[in-house]
Design a protein around this ligand. Structure first.
Ligand code: C5P
Length: 235
């Protein structure tokens, strides 16, 4: 059974193995948060681990950022959707035919997860874009790829909260904006530079907030999650 609520917080399970991740998961509540499984944990723990989270009623964001030829991405998205995940993603720079194929793959699965795209990785700056032959200004490239994502019929994009205001304005109220780089006002920055508080990110137009260490490294992760819930005042 799926949770009835629509939790805005997606806890990033950045763990090396299933045992470490499960220790945290057992302290969380599927009515209060969703979970993000990325390449490290998925490679170590596999699809069975994802299915075990789904069986516990957690909404799972499978963050594998598929980027390949359209046929391969379509099949990967179909297989990922069959795991029962809530959300999955591809790279928008794979192009319109690849994103359309991804959408068709999801439809073929008989499941209906949210399908979103990564625009420009936030680890990239103008110089790294130039090196791969992209001459557009970084913020224009983000907007171009987000518009292409919408044209392909996907549900939304991953973006920094700082981009959320512009993207919300340009792409409308229904487009899903998923934002990492979130830090409560009193939290450590860790290795993030451009951070935004949970409340501010939602105010800027974010739909869902990806939060890792402020919850996973807290002495009491459930209490940390509940404190953020209280700060944003929504579930
Ligand atoms: O611990 P922290 O809150 O910094 O974790 C953020 C999560 O979001 C990590 O899984 C990280 O890989 C991911 N992420 C990010 N910035 C992006 C895209 C994803 O921090 N631009």
């Amino acid at each position: 059974m799926k949770p009835m609520s629509d939790p805005k917080i997606v806890v990033a399970l950045d763990y090396a193995d299933a045992a470490g991740a499960m220790k945290l998961v057992d302290r969380l509540d599927p009515a209060l948060c969703r979970l993000k499984v990325g390449k490290e944990l998925f490679t170590a723990a596999g699809p069975q681990f994802v299915e075990s989270l789904v069986a516990k009623d957690f909404g799972v964001f499978l963050d594998l950022k598929f980027h390949d030829i359209p046929n391969t991405v379509a099949k990967a998205c179909e297989a990922a959707s069959r795991l029962g995940v809530w959300m999955l993603n591809v790279h928008a720079s794979g192009g319109l035919p690849m994103m359309q194929a991804a959408r068709e793959g999801v439809l073929r699965s008989g499941h209906s997860p949210l399908l979103i795209a990564v625009t420009v990785l936030t680890s990239m700056d103008q110089a790294t874009l130039d090196q791969i032959g992209v001459t557009a200004k970084l913020e224009d490239q983000v907007l171009n790829l987000a518009m292409l994502t919408q044209r392909a019929g996907l549900h939304g994009v991953v973006c920094s909260a700082q981009e959320a205001g512009t993207l919300r304005q340009e792409l409308g109220g229904d487009f899903c904006l998923v934002t990492p780089g979130i830090r409560p006002a009193d939290a450590s920055l860790d290795d993030q530079n451009r951070v935004v508080t949970p409340a501010k990110a939602l105010q800027l137009g974010a739909s869902y907030l990806v939060i890792g260490r402020p919850i996973t490294q807290a002495p009491d992760p459930l209490a940390a999650l509940q404190a953020i819930q209280q700060e944003i005042g929504v579930n």
